[in-house]
Design a binder for this molecule. Sequence first.
Ligand code: MN
Length: 240
Amino acid sequence: MRSIILIAVITAISSFVKTQNMTTMKNNNLSNEQKLIYPFTLPEQRYSYEALEPNIDKMTMDIHFNKHHGAYVTNLNAAIKGSPAEQLSLNDIFENISKLPVAVRNNGGGHYNHSLFWKVISPEGGGVPEGKLHEAIVKDFGSFEKFREEFENAAKTRFGSGWAWLAIDKTGKLFVTSTPNQDNPLMDVADKRGTPILGLDVWEHAYYLKYQNRRPDYITAFWNIVDWKEVGRRYTELVD
Ligand code: MN
């Protein structure tokens, strides 16, 4: 009798532990972007508009966040409202973006990309990646300098509006790519597909007030504000 009770107790405990582990794993594997779901809202601001000066000026941050990103959120909600996509995360939507209205592609990408961008830049940014992310960059690019050169090249050569990305493919390998407009590597229309962990907005609205036509200067300044702790956290979340 005692052993039956013991078995019952052990079974109950182990199923409780399993449930706990599953919940933890699920949350760990989902980045904040993967949780983006209708109705969409502007993310919480973690720093003031002037906090990234002199790398990004206050007025650009204010207009970029409230007007540009704000418009993507408003237009995305309007495009999704009443459709089956109300139930899907943006990640799931991007898997089939080629079959959906162009307003979902442009504004869904706009919301996802900017939500990532605000998180991977910060007043405490700069320096170099550490730990596992640094090891992976050395393994996949040869060195941090080589990665930086490839990323800068992707950002500089993107004609017109778009984004440069550091992303991770299904095998766990890092790669650099760029996409036009508000596309991103999660979309089924992307040349190279994967999950972005760092993105740089090279639309003129992201830099024109301060840098005018000097996109390369804006790209150089970007390295002063990249939050490598956050990028590293995203990397670990995806590969662990
Ligand atoms: Mn932008």
